[in-house]
Ligand binder design. Sequence first.
Ligand SMILES: *[C@@H]1O[C@H](CO)[C@@H](O)[C@H](O)[C@H]1NC(C)=O
Ligand SMILES: *[C@@H]1O[C@H](CO)[C@@H](O)[C@H](O)[C@H]1NC(C)=O
Ligand SMILES: *[C@@H]1O[C@H](CO)[C@@H](O)[C@H](O)[C@H]1NC(C)=O
Length: 386
Amino acid sequence: MVVYFSPLVLFAISLVILETCKLEAKTSKFNRQQLHPYYTPYIDTTVCRTMPGLTRAQINLCYRQPNATLVALQGLNEAVNECQYQFQGHRWNCSSLKTRGQNPYISSILQRGYKETAFAHAITSAGVAIAVAKGCSSGLLTNCGCDPKPYKMRKPRSMSNALSDTKWKWGGCSHNIHYGVKFSKLFLDSREKAEDMQSNVNLHNNQVGRMAVSNNMQIKCKCHGISGSCELKTCWRAVPDFRAVGKVLKDKFSSAILVDQKNLGKKAMRKFNKINQKNKKGKPKHKPWSHRKNKHKRDLSYDLLYYEKSPSFCEKDQALDIQGTVGRFCNRTTSTSADSCSNLCCGRGYNLIKRRIVERCKCKFIWCCEVKCEVCSSEEWMSVCK
Ligand SMILES: *[C@@H]1O[C@H](CO)[C@@H](O)[C@H](O)[C@H]1NC(C)=O
Ligand SMILES: *[C@@H]1O[C@H](CO)[C@@H](O)[C@H](O)[C@H]1NC(C)=O
Ligand SMILES: *[C@@H]1O[C@H](CO)[C@@H](O)[C@H](O)[C@H]1NC(C)=O
């Protein structure tokens, strides 16, 4: 049987179909939003699938908050760059954290208990906190904005007495360090599931990194007034420069504390676990491994901890991701710094190689407006580890 519809009927039917589709779209969107508070359609989540070395918990977080995760990954990258800056010229110079897919956690150094491992955990955790705190304030992320917390109207220490009669108030957009710290915990602490010493030490060092940020927040101000007269200042809280955080953590690296397995009897471990679980805020409520009654024992809550003596980093060791120092440039005119030939070459000595340096020189300004230079070449003897 052939049914014939007039065009008008067809139009009416298609309208009905269209409406039902719309309705369905609405309800399903509504349901999904109920299921996942962070559900956002049309966001590129490719990175959640392609980034190597993410744990299950990290992948789930990535799908819920892809933008914040992207910002966090950027933070990891900046952390590795800062690590390379702080350790340039050292036998271990952090280059092994520059991994395929840019996830430093792939490096086998991160799976150990060295001082270097402690530093890497701290700086990556700080990097994520900084990047997300800034990301919130820049409006990149929808789950967070400027730090809404009102701070006490205390005059910033950085304001000199000469400016004491300047009126100022909190204003502008403070970096959201609370959210940055929170996300850093969600993203990185979630890796440390095992309740063993390694996880506990990693969690501790992550926390030290975040505190290096939150305890060094800066106050930045902007002047207002007729032609920059600065009659009124508005001030906001900003995360410290990464360079400053890197320096703080590098100092902590130098004085890092070797925790003995013996120090970590079952009782101490249980106590430490409790502390880390309770410790949801920036500062630890309890001080891990400090015995407040005994004043001679050191408070370790701000120290980097490690439990494994570092290798020399002199020889190549593929399994440990150590490249060795053969072929590294060293400084033969000093004996004290890390990059001195005696330290960097591990007693193997060095070769001298001649390097030609070509540069622009004797530049002259010619009126108007040109700069003319000559090309000078010179030779330099470089020392290279055997
Ligand atoms: C993620 O970033 C994209 C591009 O910047 C933006 O369009 C989107 O609204 C953001 N979504 C969330 C949940 O932040
Ligand atoms: C860091 O060390 C590696 C291997 O030891 C070396 O190949 C690389 O050139 C070094 N990087 C810098 C910036 O010195
Ligand atoms: C070697 O070290 C000395 C002393 O620290 C420094 O003055 C010099 O610039 C260094 N040389 C190189 C090539 O880095």
